[in-house]
Design a protein around this ligand. Sequence first.
Ligand code: B12
Length: 314
Amino acid sequence: MARGKYTVNEVEERTGVPATTLRQWERRYGLPMPERSDSGYRLYGDDDLGDIRAMKAHVADGVPASRAAAMVKERAQPAAGPRPIAALRADLVAALVELDDDRSDRVLSEAHALHTVEAVVLDLLGPAMVDLGTLWHDGKIATTTEHFASSYVNGRLRALLALAGGQRGGPCVIVACAPLDQHELGALMLAVILRRQGYQVYFVGANTPVEDLATMARDVQPFAVMISASSKDAIHQLVAKRHHLEGIAPVLALGGYGFNAEPALAERVGGRYLGASVPEALERLAAEVRKHGATGAHVERRAQADSDLQGARE
Ligand code: B12
């Protein structure tokens, strides 16, 4: 027998929550999720009524609707161990959609208490950005909301990058985005994880001119230059200027949304596509480090340059 027995108007009458609000809660927070009749009408059950009343009470107490929905869902689930990343991700997305940075901070504090930095970065912040991108792409959130969320996540990632320290002894890597590419969050995530693995990372960020990148590489002598590109346009910028990238470092690694869609384009830039997932990319990078035995050479060269400079100053 079907669980749903009340139409949306009947639920409005019984709970006092307007039908428009019920549909909004469903669209935004997935609560309640009524069944549908054969002709597509919403049919609510007694459990749904209970959830709606609980939600209404929380909202009347001043709890933001997204948090209220999360509280009702939590209550509906049997008490279990730590909240999984997927639940935290939904909560973070809801908080950012509400432009609520205090609540976003609380979700992230919980995430850091329960999970590794790698998991928070790659399984929570990254997918949350993709969720927000989908909401924006589908016209469900405003551009200002997407910018707010990007800027919030950017701030958190930069804090993590700073916390990971300078790692001056490790193999040196420059992380940059392709020319005209403003998407730097993926590259920033990569930079955080690289530092935590002991690499000495120079994070250059968005929209980096290739000529300047080549100049910088001559100066800091990196073991790898890692470039992120999120679109075909950005990749075409790299292809057009590929002569500046030749021999820029023992490893020229390419990645990001654009290369994930078409890995073969990496060859046209003269570099190597390391894979869509950061752990996979880092495994391949580590294999290159071992193959070149380059850590020492590059680090020593840099140390020599530093001490020459020091000598010149004395
Ligand atoms: C946030 C965002 C923005 C923000 C960026 C803010 C910032 N400071 O970074 C802003 C508002 C600036 C923006 C602008 C635009 N955006 Co935008 N944006 C996004 C969004 C929502 C999230 C991007 C993100 O952070 N993803 C999460 C990270 C984790 O994923 P990632 O970048 O792929 O990175 C992962 C891996 O690829 C890997 N990785 C990344 N780099 C590298 C490098 C190496 C070497 C390696 C090994 C691995 C690696 O590590 C990361 C972690 O897993 C995406 C949607 C999406 N689905 O991604 C659209 C998206 C990327 N944007 C898109 C578009 C079209 C635009 C605009 C053209 C929109 C416009 N009309 O103005 C402009 C372009 C601006 C420009 N010149 O670059 C499209 C791109 C489509 C395409 N391929 O051409 C997307 C996919 C949205 C869509 N579905 O249409 N955007």
